[in-house]
Design a binder for this molecule. Structure first.
Ligand code: ADP
Ligand code: MG
Ligand code: MG
Length: 211
């Protein structure tokens, strides 16, 4: 059963790759407004490498697959978002470990570890106009839904919807962290690219798990 769960992690990484590939151009254009325009290509390089590394590690545990995927993501993406995603994927994998089945408590631990990795490494605060502005509503909604008795799939679906609207709402913010900061005024009226890609990815994961 541990190997089957590993296979699911590999399939999930392929979904993450696909949704980034579908939106690569859009993410690049968004980053070009006030950043350096490489968020599409950077994410693309990261997810290509992560999916391939996960595939190469298939047959092993979720933790090992996500470790390989996260390391590849950080290494190949370059850029801030790649380092953050890579470390978060590794942290989620460590929280999930090598088990024969997973409970809601494991899902809580994985989402919490994922979010902590990003805030500890990036040190962005809510309102800084980064992916954290989509990540924290995602985490908080996920945990609150589970507290309220929702299944993990229902909680994920609600959390993904919260991330998507929070990402759109970053359009009203001025960037305070990252490369977009010097061009803060240009960024007003447009959402943060890292928040948008986060929203896209978690929605795809939720749809995939529900199907
Ligand atoms: P780079 O900024 O190095 O070119 P990307 O373009 O791939 O990297 O990613 C930019 C995104 O990274 C931003 O839109 C923002 O969401 C995210 N980001 C930047 N700095 C931070 C940070 N300190 N914490 C969290 N996210 C950040
Ligand atoms: Mg960039
Ligand atoms: Mg860059």
């Amino acid at each position: 059963a541990a190997a089957e769960l590993g296979q699911q992690a590999v399939a999930l990484l392929a979904q993450v790759r696909d949704v980034v590939v579908e939106h690569e151009e859009e993410l690049g254009k968004l980053d070009a407004i006030a950043g350096d325009g490489d968020h599409g290509i950077g994410m693309r390089r990261g997810v290509d490498a992560a999916a391939a590394a996960g595939e190469a590690a298939s047959g092993s545990s979720v933790a090992r697959i996500l470790l390989a995927a996260g390391e590849a993501w950080s290494e190949k993406a370059g850029g801030t978002s790649g380092a953050l995603w890579g470390s978060a994927v590794i942290a989620a994998g460590q929280a999930l470990g090598n088990r024969d089945s997973y409970t809601d408590a494991d899902a809580r631990a994985a989402v919490t570890a994922f979010a902590n990795a990003i805030t500890e490494l990036g040190k962005a605060e809510p309102g800084d106009k980064t992916m954290v502005d989509a990540l924290l509503p995602f985490r908080d909604t996920f945990l609150a839904e589970l507290d309220g008795g929702a299944s993990a799939n229902q909680a994920l679906s609600a959390a993904a919807a919260a991330a998507e609207s929070a990402a759109a709402a970053t359009a009203d913010l001025r960037p305070l962290k990252g490369r977009a900061r010097p061009l803060a005024e240009k960024s007003l009226g447009h959402p943060d690219p890292g928040a948008v890609s986060f929203g896209l990815i978690v929605n795809r994961i939720s749809q995939f798990i529900d199907s």
